[in-house]
Ligand binder design. Structure first.
Ligand code: ZN
Length: 294
């Protein structure tokens, strides 16, 4: 038999990011977990016995805010039951108009203090800076509880200085699974941030192993073929496994993709000569040997 060589090519940042894409139908894919958004960016609603939690909040655009409102409606969920919005990191396409939901429905907003401060000064953020107050913060190792549901928060800096990743339980037709949500996907530009990112992937791998994660979700569906898998869920029939359940080994393989992408980016960057750095000193010259006469 021929030796196995991987033919898979991870494509977590396909050009879809800047493409104009319409809404994807709001879809439930676990007993308590649903997706609202577009194939580009979305958010997740988690149902507990004491209310709803929104994980991320899309872009601060009117159309995205309306998409979330309609998504709740389509899923048969009441926004008055929304108790909290947990934000993975301080980029606009994740915190969106969480402030509007707080004003309208009185829910709380959580993110890390570090990324809240970062979001107020992040001039590279294409959606502008975060101008509203946040009063509730989550940090590494915190457990957010609502009813009988616990969401574990882990500090995973790199993509941003204070990104958070989450782990929480769900069920699929009553069968329990543990979901991992890696907080910031894109590998950052600066080498020092890449080092943080790499450390974070390894730390989160330890935590997901400890909690026995066997499923994952990503705010950007192009990272993990999220909407293609939702297509399967929408037509699923008995005997077909839920495509969001990867199994523990499958989840580890998925997670390793981020570590590998970071290592590749680091290797490429260290091979590039920075034009702003002074040129390296010339090699030491050897004393010329006298030419031997024949
Ligand atoms: Zn981001």
């Amino acid at each position: 038999m021929r030796a196995v060589k991987s033919w898979r090519t991870p494509k977590p940042h396909r050009p879809l990011f800047d493409a104009k894409v319409g809404p994807y139908p709001a879809t439930r894919f676990f007993d308590q977990l649903s997706f609202i958004g577009t194939p580009n960016v979305g958010c997740f609603v988690l149902e507990t016995d004491e209310g709803l939690i929104l994980l991320d909040c899309m872009e601060p655009l009117e159309e995205h805010r309306e998409m979330i409102v309609k998504g709740f409606e389509d899923l048969g969920l009441d926004l008055h039951d929304l108790k909290a919005i947990l934000i993975t990191h301080g980029h606009g396409d994740h915190y969106g108009r969480a402030d509007w939901f707080r004003e309208q429905y009185g829910c709380k907003i959580y993110m890390s203090r570090v990324d809240y401060e970062f979001a107020q000064h992040d001039t590279r953020n294409r959606t502008g800076v975060l101008k509203w107050e946040i009063y509730d913060f989550l940090e590494d190792g915190d457990v957010f509880r609502l009813g009988n549901t616990e969401i574990h928060a882990f500090s995973t800096p790199g993509h941003t200085p204070g990104g958070l990743s989450y782990i929480f339980p769900v069920t699929d037709e009553g069968v329990p699974h543990m979901v991992a949500m890696w907080g910031g996907t894109g590998v950052p530009y600066k080498m020092s941030a890449k080092v943080d990112y790499l450390r974070s992937t390894l730390y989160f791998a330890e935590m997901t192993e400890k909690f026995g994660c066997d499923a994952e979700i990503a705010t950007h569906p192009f990272v993990d073929m999220g909407t293609q898998r939702l297509d399967i869920v929408r037509d699923i029939c008995d005997g077909v496994p839920n495509p969001f359940v990867l199994g523990k080994a499958g989840y580890k393989q998925y997670e390793k993709m981020f570590t590998d992408l970071c290592l590749d980016a680091m290797a490429k960057q260290s091979a590039v000569v920075d034009p702003l750095l002074p040129p390296p000193p010339p090699p030491p010259t050897r004393p010329k040997r006298p030419v031997e006469e024949k």
